[in-house]
Write a protein that binds this ligand. Structure first.
Ligand SMILES: Nc1ncnc2c1ncn2[C@@H]1O[C@H](COP(=O)(O)OP(=O)(O)O)[C@@H](O)[C@H]1O
Ligand SMILES: [Mg+2]
Length: 304
């Protein structure tokens, strides 16, 4: 099984420095890698040129992309261009979008995740439509994000809404969020009931509240790897109930995805979000060697 990394923007023969730890760990685990040009793929929308350094192989084999997040359209282009060369990304474009866009997989995690409503662009810019959509929350507090990401580090200004019924607060947080996301805004707005999560400190730079959250990587329905989500903050005892989440994982329409889970103040656990595991960061500074060892071991038995 191959890993697909992005090349350094200045030196196309070298991997992007931000992934140095992962490249080293992948090699040490015995995994081969190829490089693609992220800028050519996303900025120039030229998937052919982005993949030109990937050698075509006669016998197609499964590969895993490990790199920056891609819009579904760019992923589709990458998938097709690599497929031409016999390199088959583990997740189809449909599977990628299923976990990348929260609304797509919400029905699968609904029993384990806070109540969520969403509005696509441009409806989400119409405050009357927003108010109607938020009525279901009454005066509960909310968390705002787009289909993919939040501005969690701008928690008070652009993420947390103290009451869904507070028009001024709703409008101000939405406005700030849209302004900060700029070109990065993905597909629409997502509003989620805020639930009190166990606090494990405050982020050293942004001050956002850190919660007891873990990132679970699933490969072919089985837990591959688990990591504490925040490298800072005190995780004392208590890990997530894996059996419960493995049950939900069976329903997710993707071979390789992440499930971020967090513990509520009442002790119960929730799913915070799913993500495509190919574009999900390894949270801890020491995760890479363990992650790639496990990936290689499981790939030998499961992936074909
Ligand atoms: N419904 C919620 N209730 C309470 N806290 C939440 C909720 N959703 C998210 N959070 C907090 O906000 C953070 C960011 O939310 P998340 O959906 O993971 O966005 P991102 O994709 O930007 O990571 C989470 O790590 C968690 O601490
Ligand atoms: Mg998150």
């Amino acid at each position: 099984m191959k890993i697909v990394f992005c090349s350094d923007p200045l030196y196309p023969n070298r991997p992007d420095m931000s992934y140095d730890d992962e490249v080293k760990a992948a090699q040490e685990a015995g995994l081969e890698y190829v490089l693609i040009d992220f800028e050519k793929l996303t900025r120039d929308e030229d998937a052919l040129s982005a993949t030109r350094r990937v050698k075509a192989v006669e016998t197609p084999g499964v590969a895993i992309y490990r790199g920056w997040m891609l819009r579904p359209h760019a992923y589709q282009q990458l998938y097709a261009a690599l497929q031409e060369r016999g390199v088959i990304l583990i997740n189809t474009p449909q599977a990628y979008q299923h976990c990348h866009y929260l609304p797509e997989s919400y029905h699968i995690i609904a029993g384990q995740t806070p109540l969520t409503v969403w509005l696509p662009l441009p409806d989400c810019l119409d405050m009357q439509i927003v108010r109607q959509a938020l009525a279901v929350f009454g005066d509960k507090p909310l968390v705002l994000k787009d289909y993919v990401k939040s501005r969690k580090h701008e928690w008070a200004k652009a993420c947390y809404i103290p009451a869904a019924s507070d028009r001024a607060a709703v409008e101000s947080v939405i406005q700030k969020f849209i302004e900060l996301q700029g070109e990065e805004l993905n597909a629409g707005l997502v509003f989620r009931e805020y639930v009190p999560l166990q606090n494990i400190g405050a982020h050293s730079r942004s001050g956002m509240p850190l919660t007891k959250e873990f990132r679970l990587f699933f490969l072919d329905g089985k837990l591959l790897y688990l990591s504490e989500y925040w490298p800072e903050g005190s995780y004392d005892g208590g890990t997530p109930p894996i059996e419960v989440f493995e049950g939900v994982a069976q329903q997710v329409q993707s071979r390789f995805f992440t499930m971020d889970v967090a513990q509520r103040t009442d002790g119960n656990w929730i799913i915070v979000e799913l993500g495509d595991a190919q574009v999900a960061g390894l949270p801890g500074p020491n995760d890479a060697p363990h992650f790639y060892q496990k990936l290689n071991a499981q790939s030998l038995s499961v992936i074909s």
